[in-house]
Design a protein around this ligand. Sequence first.
Ligand code: COS
Length: 382
Amino acid sequence: MTFEPNELQQAVQETARRFARERIAPVAAENDRSARFPRELVHGLGELGLLAVNVPEAYGGSGAGAVAYALALMELAAADCATAVIAAVTNMVGETIARFGTEAQRRRFLPPLASGEWAAGAFGLSEPQAGSDAASMRTRAVRRGDVWVLDGEKQWITSGDVAGVIVVWAKTDPEAGTRGVTAFLVERDAPGLVVGRHEEKMGIRASSTVSLALDGCEVPEAQRLGPEGEGFRIALAALDGGRVGIAAQATGTIRAALDASRRYAKERHAFGRPIAEHQAVAFMLADMATDHEASRLMTLRAAALKEAGAPFAREAAMAKLLASEAAQRAVSRAVQIHGGYGYTSDYSVEKLFRDARVQTLYEGTSEIQRLVVAREVLRDLG
Ligand code: COS
C-alpha cells in the first residue's frame, strides 16, 4: 500500500497547481462578481491536458488516469470551484464518450473536447421535475429513419450554453423504466436545441448553469451513445466517476479554507496574541486539517480503485458524501475564524462559503450518496 503519487501523477498535479496559482487564482474573485464564463482559462486547461486527464492520448487526452485527475481537480478547486467544475464536467463527458462511444464518435468528439476548442462538455440528465429520481425524466426520443427526434427540457446543465457537445438522455421506450433510456451526443448547433434560462446562483457563479429546450431536436443515429435502452446505466456509471470529481473538488475547497484560515489566525491578534494561539481557534484548524486528510484519502482511494478497474461506486459515493459535508464544516469554520471580515468579500472565505454549498447537491445529493452506500452495505450482509 502506498500513499504517494507516482511521477506522472505528481507531474499532472504540479501542472494543475501552477496553472491554478498563476492563472486561475488572480481572476477568480472578479469572474465570480461578474458571473463571467472563464473561456480563456478553459482554453488554457485544454492546452495542458487538464480537460481530459483520464482520456487516452490517442484521442487527444492525457491518458494519466483517475488518480492524476483527482489530484489535478483538488488543485483547480483550491483556486476556484467554478473553473474546477467546468473542468470536472468536461472530463466526465470525455471519459463517458471514451468508454461508451464508437470509434468514429471518439475520433470526432474527443479531440476538440480535450483541447478546449469546444470550451466544455455538458451532461444533460436532470430535468425540472427529475433530479434525484433521474429515471423519471420526460424527454422523449423517437426514431425517424436515420434521425432521432428529441423533445423535452433539461435543467441545471453546467456549461449547457457554451459546450460543444452535450450528452442528452431521453426515453426511447417510456414503458421500460430505467431500461427505456438512451443517451445521445448532441452538438451545440443541433437544430431544435434552444438555450433557456441562465440560473442566478449563490456560488460557482463563473460556471454557467442553464436549462435547455429540445424542440424537435434532430440527432443522427450515428450520434446515439451506447445501445438503445442502456442510457441509464451509462449515466450512473458516468456519475460514479463524476462523484470522485466532486469529492476532489470538495477536498480542494477544504484546503483553501484551511490555508486562508491559518494564515489569518497567525496574523490577527486578540487578547495580546495571535488568535491561532487561542485553543478555540487552534482546535477549529485541527478539525479542518483532519477533515482535509480524511477527504483526500477517501477521494484518492476511490480514484485508485477506478483506475485499477475495480468496482468503486460505493467508495465514490462515500468519498463524495464525506468530502462535501466536510467542506461545509470547513468553510463555516473559516468564516468563524475570520469573524466579521469573513462575512465580507474582502476575504476569500466569503466566496468559498458560497461556492462550497452546492457540493452536497450536485452529481447526487448527500441523501442519494447515502442511498447508494446503504444499498451496498445491506447487500454485503446478503
Ligand atoms: N453503474 C452502472 N449501472 C448501475 C449503477 C452504477 N453505479 N447503479 C445502478 N446501476 C444499474 C442497476 O443495476 C440497474 O440495472 P438493471 O436495469 O439491469 O437492473 C439500473 O442501473 C437501474 O438502477 P436502480 O434500479 O438502482 O435505479 P433507481 O431508479 O433506483 O436509481 C439512484 C438509483 C437513486 C442511485 C439513481 O437514480 C441516482 O444516482 N440518482 C441521482 C442522480 C444524480 O446524481 N443526479 C445528478 C445529475 S448531475 S448534476
